[in-house]
Write a protein that binds this ligand. Sequence first.
Ligand code: ZN
Length: 268
Amino acid sequence: MTGTKAFPDADAAHEAHADAVKVVNPEGRGPFVLFCDHASNFIPAAYGDLGLSAELRAEHIAWDPGALPVALHLSKLLDAPLVAGAVSRLVLDVNRSETSPTLIPEVSEFGPIPGNAGMDAAERERRLKAVHAPFHAACAAVMAARGGQGVIGVAVHTFTPVFKGESRPWQIGILFDRDRKVGDHLISGLGRESGLTVGENQPYGPWDGVYWTLDRHVQASGLPSVMIEIRNDEVRTEERQRAWAERLANLLLSFGQEGRQGRNVATG
Ligand SMILES: [Zn+2]
């Protein structure tokens, strides 16, 4: 590392809020910035176990299993900053607006979350300050350090193979909102590989509120973005996590190269 820190704000955000968010490779120079909202199922001691068994706290209701290792590989392969949530979405889902009814869920796919029942306004405010604010401050700092230019936002998530009894056929879903350029590039690239069923805005889409972090930090500034949802049975081993990251990095880099060759990816 040189003596001059290119992204002092990002470093400061990381150090000040190390418990709620991790910023990896804040000085990455590639065109991408990575977000992994649901990277961790960690529940801080103050919240106990939220009344859930260890088995349930390891389930997809608590986090996106496999998403962080894929995002870490991508961060290296793309030389990209990565902002990763470090607290379970059972405590608070950072990929939701401050006023969303699903910000702090009282019920999951598997039933009530006792520790979240009947929460008062003060406790909601406490969690917003402890978890939501630091995560989004770190996202904002990383984006600000890039000067609001030449950035393509990529969110990395995983989804459960079976939801409420319904099997999901897609090994991967590519989600996009108003700007579909990056999404189309990934969908057509993945579509050329045999044996893959690629979901387009599946298993859910921006209308479900899942695009919130990307919208707030990337799309709202007119920058291109895409959300990658990998079915979590695809990334249960280190080998598969690396393979998916390499496949996605190659496709993302080919999009980035097209941008540098003339397409203005910064302003869409
Ligand atoms: Zn997620």
